[in-house]
Design a protein around this ligand. Structure first.
Ligand code: GLY
Ligand code: GLY
Length: 316
């Protein structure tokens, strides 16, 4: 029997010091929510969906409400979910006006023969599943618009999901991986994308092998960072392949992120779980908030070489 784990991240980048605490609060809460779901009879898919739903609803994260906006000031989101048991997948690209993209991605996985729906087709599918379509603009926050204006004035290319200038509106993709006692794994990742992105741009989070990968034979990975770079490197799948060749979850995560950053000069982060319950956490950006629960232990951090541990007494 494997010891179940739910591990989450809240985005890699230059997270401003003023936002560190809200990120830690958000990821620790999300890890506990996912873990509780898993231990109360939920599947690994239920667990990662619950953890990501929580962060999508939290304005501290760049997913769902609180998403970054595109150059026209609209929220266009990407999401992916994958079940390690059978490699079933559901992904969304350039999705508008849906409160919880990861739950719609789950419906793509379970109810369609396809892996990826985008734009208008994704909205049409949501309607067919009776998923509410929010009035246009509901997900746009003043902070995101302010971040766009600031970005436009400064110019340059969109190069991180969290602004290099400690932009308060740039707040990071979210993701979760989980393993249950039988070694089943799953992943879910959700994002608003990167600040300064073109209309219709779809990033790594919508793409299996880049933003998400899960295979019960090996493990599961969720990535964050500069999506266009992550796509070229197939970061999630690269980490899984290194594990298949014998590297640990941690070594595989660190090695692939470092190699990607060295080769392509952009940063990323990833969380990895093996089918034995080994954890891998790595980022080449300045910070990445992460947390996991295993038994009554809550582990979390946001800085390099930071690993805090607390006992969750009330839930034992
Ligand atoms: N959503 C179809 C599949 O994963 O095969
Ligand atoms: N990693 C999120 C994005 O680039 O869209």
């Amino acid at each position: 029997m494997i010891e179940p784990v739910v591990l989450v991240h809240g985005g890699a980048g230059n997270i401003p010091t003023t936002r560190v605490q809200e990120k830690i609060d958000g990821v620790t809460k999300a890890a506990k929510i996912g873990y509780k779901r898993l231990l109360s009879g939920g599947s690994v898919i239920d667990a990662v969906e619950a953890a990501v739903n929580f962060m999508e609803d939290d304005i501290a994260f760049n997913a769902g409400y609180g998403s970054i906006v595109n150059l026209d000031g609209q929220v266009e989101m990407d999401a992916s979910i994958m079940d390690g048991k059978n490699l079933q997948s559901g992904c969304l690209g350039a999705l508008k006006d849906i409160k919880n993209p990861i739950s719609l991605a789950r419906l793509v996985m379970e109810k369609t023969p396809h892996c990826l729906l985008v734009g208008e087709g994704a909205t049409k599918f949501a309607k067919s599943q009776n998923v509410p379509i929010l009035p246009p603009g509901t997900l746009v926050t003043p902070v995101a618009l302010e971040a766009l204006e600031k970005w436009k004035k400064k110019g340059g290319i969109a190069n991180t999901e969290i602004g290099p200038d400690q932009n308060p509106g740039s707040v990071g993709t979210v993701g979760a991986v989980a393993v249950d006692r039988y070694g089943h794994v799953a992943v879910a990742t959700s994002t608003g994308g990167i600040n300064g992105k073109m209309v219709g741009r779809v990033g790594d989070t919508a793409i299996i092998g880049a933003g998400s990968y899960a295979d019960d034979n090996i493990g599961a990975v969720s990535t964050t960072g500069h999506g266009d770079t992550i796509i070229k490197y197939c970061l999630a799948h690269a980490i899984i392949k290194s594990m298949e060749k014998g590297l640990s979850a941690q070594d595989s995560t660190t090695k692939n992120i470092d190699t990607m950053t060295e080769r392509l000069k952009n940063t990323a982060g990833a969380i990895t779980i093996s089918n034995k319950g080994e954890v891998g956490i790595g980022f080449s950006s300045a910070r990445m908030a992460w947390a996991y629960q295993k038994k009554n232990e809550l582990h979390y951090g946001i800085e390099h070489d930071q690993h805090c541990k607390e006992l969750i007494e009330e839930e034992c």
